[in-house]
Write a protein that binds this ligand. Structure first.
Ligand code: DQQ
Length: 560
């Protein structure tokens, strides 16, 4: 069934067959999108209110589940519950009522982040989450579905054994949270990591259990760093075919990862390459707005899928006025790069189901100072893929030989500062006269006899009126200049999610244009370098809106 409308109708019929009340909120949503130019059309967000971290993503019995930190009552952080939505394709969503609310002594101050694990040969999903308890201490709790025969697993029961893990023996009760998905060692025991800070060092504490109820802390953490404080939302998983593991930790407002080896017998993890904060240039999932992410293994498609929280970049007062805050990155598949030194991320292929009208061009030169409008698509809701060729690099700019911070470099040389090769790239969410624009671009330099490609996202002119928290983001891009420099950008009203070098560097930004909204938005290719560059290929699509259904059983539907 390829057609999304038929799929959604089919799904609604199944739900009705199960006696579950449903209602399509598509038309209401259409109206909301018209009235609210910053709501996303194909990036996940709840119908209203505050959302932060993705929690417990999983695939169970053919249904994808996404839980998330959610305030059911307001557009600011608080009353933290687990929002719950389900999907059959990770694109169209059925919004359910919250799966976990703060109701017990051990979570009365909030049901904070956690993960899902499939037990008993993948047939029994469970959730481990952090409770902020009646004393405000962080403890780890367990929840199970009330009825495994409910296709949507709408109701969850908290274990009578809660809390399972307490902040004892030197653990600070303020720094003990966000359990990972558990995995089973060769001895049959389960292992889980909990984010913490011990002795001032960020770390991932390791716990083991035979029955998932009694957990024992290992003598040392799986990994720690004396260069960071608290690690939030750790994630740990195998990647590639050669026994590599990814360890991700969230701190300093970003999601950093290291690659390493892991011995499942001894639970020893060793970083291969650069450790957390050991270099100016760090491995991050995303060099823009992207935090507290979580992955899950999608067994149906044999891939690892990553979700990240993309927060707002304007003020809390703006959030309150809009009645919502926060959305998710588009789900990305995560692979190990050929050189095994970094990850590659790419929007999951289901995004292509949303592609509509297409425009394409090939072998087009963009001369110095030129912009080229990519007409014929809905520029505020688009998927654009472009590859550039940079001919004859003899005149390339040379930069200082020391270690450079890419974000600083992007700040010094923003989209309007002329270089030699670059800035060239895309101007998205651009107004008619280009006074509003978000530029995602590259610059090529030579440093120490090697070519270096810088990728930047410049939001400094994204709105005539709204100031965004960080105006410029940047990253180095590890690409071979004999090949093309590629950029893919998903544009969705107030989110610009970009993938450079086929997913080697990702930059996500939030922007709030005043003029460049709906049909008044444009997308251009541009070149502000003194030398011409070639677009070897560009393809751009209008994107349809994801389909939404609201299930209402226990509470009133949210669109009321
Ligand atoms: N958000 C949750 C915490 C987590 C933080 C609370 C990360 O569990 O550490 O909403 O954004």
């Amino acid at each position: 069934m390829k057609n999304p409308v038929i799929k959604m109708v089919f799904l609604q019929l199944i739900l009705i067959g199960y006696g579950i009340g449903v209602r399509s909120v598509d038309q209401e949503y259409e109206k909301i999108l018209d009235e609210q130019p910053y709501r996303s059309a194909f990036h996940f967000q709840p119908p209203k209110n505050w959302m932060n971290d993705p929690n417990g993503p999983m695939l169970y019995n053919g249904v994808y589940h996404l839980f998330y930190q959610y305030n059911p009552y307001a557009a600011i952080w608080g009353n933290i519950s687990w929002g719950h939505s389900v999907s059959y394709n990770l694109v169209d969503w059925i919004h359910l009522e919250p799966a976990l609310d703060p109701t017990e002594k051990y979570d009365i101050n909030g049901c904070w982040s956690g993960s899902a694990t499939l037990l008993a040969g993948e047939s029994k999903p469970v959730i481990l989450y952090t409770g902020s308890d009646f004393l405000g201490q962080q403890v780890q709790n367990l929840a199970m579905p009330k009825d495994l025969s409910d296709p949507l697993l709408r109701e969850w029961l908290k274990s009578s054994h809660n809390p399972l893990m307490l902040p004892v023996e030197g653990i600070d009760p303020d720094f003990f949270r966000d359990p990972t998905t558990a995995w089973q060692g060769p001895d049959g025991s389960w292992r889980v990591l909990v984010g913490s800070q011990v002795g001032g060092h960020g770390c991932a504490l390791l716990y083991r259990s035979r029955d998932f109820v009694k957990w024992e802390r290992a003598s040392g953490p799986l990994h720690e760093s004396n260069k960071t404080a608290m690690w939030e939302c750790p994630d740990f998983y195998p990647v590639g075919d050669d026994g590599r593991y990814v360890l991700k930790a969230s701190f300093n407002d970003h999601d950093y990862y290291v690659l390493g080896s892991y011995d499942a017998e001894t639970d020893e993890f060793g970083v291969v390459g650069v450790d957390f904060m050991d270099d100016v240039v760090q491995l991050r999932y995303d060099y823009g707005v992207f935090y507290a992410s979580k992955t899950f293994y999608d067994d149906a498609r044999k891939r690892r899928v990553l979700w990240g929280w993309v927060t707002e970049a304007d003020s809390e007062a703006d959030d309150v006025e809009r009645g919502w805050s926060g959305l998710m990155s588009f789900p990305r598949s995560v692979l190990l790069d050929e050189d095994q030194k970094q990850l590659i991320q790419w929007p999951i292929e289901e995004v292509e189901e949303l592609r509509g009208e297409k425009v394409a061009l090939e072998n087009k030169e963009i001369e110095s100072g030129n912009v080229l409008e990519i007409g014929g698509i809905t520029a505020s809701q688009a998927d654009v893929e472009v590859s550039f060729r940079v001919p004859n690099l003899e005149a390339v700019e040379v930069i200082d030989g020391g270690l450079l911070d890419p974000q600083m470099l992007c700040r010094q040389k923003n989209a309007s500062v002329e270089g030699v090769f670059g800035p060239f790239g895309l101007l998205v969410l651009a107004s008619d006269d280009l006074t509003e624009q978000t530029a995602v671009f590259f610059r090529v330099f030579r440093q120490n006899e090697k070519h270096v490609v810088l990728m930047c996202s410049d939001q400094s002119r994204s709105s005539l009126q709204t100031r965004v928290k960080e105006a410029i983001f940047g990253s180095f891009l590890d690409v071979d200049l004999d090949q093309e420099i590629s950029l893919r950008t998903l544009v969705d009203h107030s989110i610009v999610e970009s993938f450079g070098g086929k997913g080697k560097s990702c930059i996500t930004s939030r922007v709030y244009p005043k003029l460049a909204i709906h049909n008044n938005s444009h997308v251009h290719a541009f070149n502000n370098g003194s030398k011409s560059v070639m677009i070897s290929r560009l393809e751009a699509w209008s994107m349809s809106r994801a389909r939404l259904v609201q299930v209402h059983t226990r509470r009133k539907p949210s669109f009321s």
